[in-house]
Design a protein around this ligand. Structure first.
Ligand SMILES: Nc1ncnc2c1ncn2[C@@H]1O[C@H](COP(=O)(O)OP(=O)(O)O)[C@@H](O)[C@H]1O
Ligand SMILES: O=C(CO)[C@H](O)[C@H](O)COP(=O)(O)O
Length: 514
């Protein structure tokens, strides 16, 4: 039900009854707890964000980022009949997702109800000839903390962050300041691949040109004064350090691609014996409390004294966690800027020849890989509005005869591991809807090839796929994927990685180890 207020803003009431399975054994709610979210107001104003609800209101002027181009922050807030007293009692959990094109937060309660969420695009800063990603990420982190409604912040008891996998920052081990520009998740360092292959077991996860270890060796080979006082961190690790101040801690999801063995829970001897092994961070499980939020930040933003900061994970694993998939054979495809597939499997599978690896998820394995196809190439060709309008013209039951390999630029990680693989997006038909149909169907074929490969390599066979990420909103694409995969495909209840990371924050809070 939507209605427009006298102020000209549009507010959306979302009335829905959802049955939430208990999040964790200690969840106070019985199984099948019927939860009705009686109202969520999403109020966005073209040039600024004005929050108004019964529990508080404040006006934000234009949110101006670099280049003075006003950017909107879209935010949704739970309002409904949850009164202030109820919130006073509730313990809230903050998940922050640092994805490819932007960052988001989700604040949830122990029952998994979203109390607030917002997202921001990364501000554009340049550092000479390259983008200053570190400055963008740091600014976005603290802007998102400011976007959290003040009366919720004091109830947040646990925070976690996910980032793009294998996004690597080499920092000064004393100050935490970056010593070099970050290596992004899809950056390839083929020149050091032979050296990495010479020390690692055959087809190990690190034997990929985009692995974190290849990035570490590439930096190390550059030589320099800082080699002794350097430390490797992943994007999520560094952002979490800004909040807790303990340098050098990672999680076994982010550390997988530098060579950490999540089964042995240690770095292998062939890695420890390398001259750069002193750069490796210590590793704990995702969602492990590391320290309380720094006092200066608690005072600045109004968080409570006991607010703990927990280790994170990668963005596609966070999206998997958000879907609350618990049975082997179920899978989540993250259709964000990239296409990352995650299949819950009883068996671990790893083969870098195809970009296949397994993340640990408690006592099971998340088998999969990440292709560079996906939303980034769509965004090169169409705006989100065009995607929506053109998709409406597609007949998903009709097979497209157009055969593409949609990539934003040369280079593919999975199911073809080839840093030189060129995009194939021609011939382009006159009709854009026909072109989009061909692209969506070609991406679906890549997804199907990926799941077929996992089965060939011995993973538990997939029997159902849930979708996360921006592409989850495209119903026609979902129907195309169902036809191509020959499997039931549905949008996950929660598709945002930030929600999955907020669930990690709950896990950390329940450990009571600080
Ligand atoms: N209706 C749509 N159909 C298909 N793809 C879409 C649609 N709307 C948005 N997208 C794609 O979703 C992507 C953004 O999803 P998101 O999960 O935010 O990505 P990320 O976190 O990787 O930046 C964009 O690349 C965009 O092209
Ligand atoms: O594509 C990506 C960025 O969005 C990442 O590579 C994605 O996170 C897949 O890596 P992982 O499987 O380690 O999570």
């Amino acid at each position: 039900m939507t209605f427009s207020r006298t102020t000209g803003k549009r507010a959306y009431f979302i009335l829905r009854g959802v049955t939430l399975p208990p999040l964790f054994p200690k969840s106070p709610y019985p199984h099948g707890y019927k939860h009705t979210m009686v109202g969520a107001i999403s109020v966005t104003h073209p040039a600024s964000t004005i929050l108004s609800s019964r529990t508080y209101s404040r006006k934000r002027g234009n949110i101006l980022l670099s280049g003075n181009k006003p950017r909107t922050v879209s935010m949704s807030l739970r309002n409904g009949n949850s009164n202030k007293q109820q919130l006073e009692r509730e313990r809230l959990y903050l998940g922050l997702d640092f994805g490819t094109s932007g960052a988001r937060f989700a604040v949830i309660d122990i029952g998994g109800t979203i109390q607030a969420e917002a997202k921001r695009h990364y501000p554009l800063y340049s550092n000479g000839e390259s983008r200053d990603w570190v400055r963008s990420w740091k600014e976005t982190l603290f802007l998102l903390l400011e976007d959290i409604p003040l009366n919720l912040r004091k109830h947040i008891v646990s925070i976690s962050i996910d980032g793009t996998s294998a996004t690597t920052i080499i920092v000064d081990s004393d100050t935490g300041e970056p010593l070099w520009r970050p290596f992004l998740y899809n950056e390839s360092c083929p020149e050091v691949l032979p050296a990495v292959k010479s020390i690692a077991p055959p087809n190990h996860t690190v034997c990929s040109a985009t692995s974190t270890l290849c990035k570490l060796v590439s930096w190390w080979n550059r030589g320099g004064l800082n080699e002794k006082s350097a430390l490797l961190l992943h994007q999520a690790d560094w952002l979490l350090w800004l909040l807790h101040g303990k340098l050098g801690v990672s999680d076994y999801n982010n550390a997988l691609k530098v060579g950490y063995d999540p089964e042995a829970d240690s770095y292998p001897s062939w890695l420890i014996s390398q001259p750069y092994s002193h750069l490796l961070p210590s590793v704990v499980a995702p969602g492990t409390p590391i320290a309380c939020l720094k006092e200066e930040l608690r005072n600045k933003f109004g968080f409570q004294k006991e607010c703990v900061v927990c280790t994170g994970t990668t963005d596609s694993i966070a999206a998997f966690l958000a879907a609350r998939v618990t049975q082997p054979g179920k899978a989540v495809t993250s259709l964000g800027s990239t296409l990352a597939i995650k299949l819950l499997s009883n068996t671990r599978v790893e083969d870098s020849r195809f970009g296949v690896y397994s993340h640990r998820l408690d006592d099971k394995w998340l088998v999969g890989g990440a292709s560079n196809t996906g939303g980034a190439v769509l965004r090169q060709l169409f705006t989100d509005d065009q995607l929506k309008k053109l998709s409406e013209q597609i007949n998903p039951s009709q097979i497209s005869l157009l055969d593409y390999y949609p990539l934003p630029k040369a280079g593919e990680r999975f199911p073809i591991a080839d840093p030189d693989l060129a995009p194939r997006l021609l011939p382009r038909p006159e009709n854009d809807a026909e072109y989009l149909h061909g692209i969506l169907e070609s991406i679906a074929r890549i997804e199907a090839k990926g799941y077929g490969l996992l089965k060939e390599l011995g993973a538990t066979a997939v029997d159902q796929v849930f979708t996360a990420g921006g592409g989850a909103n495209n119903e026609k694409w979902t129907q195309i994927r169902e036809r191509v995969l020959g499997l039931p495909v549905s949008r996950a209840n929660q598709t945002e990685a930030a929600y999955g990371t907020a669930l990690l924050a709950i896990k950390g809070d329940q450990q009571n180890i600080l």
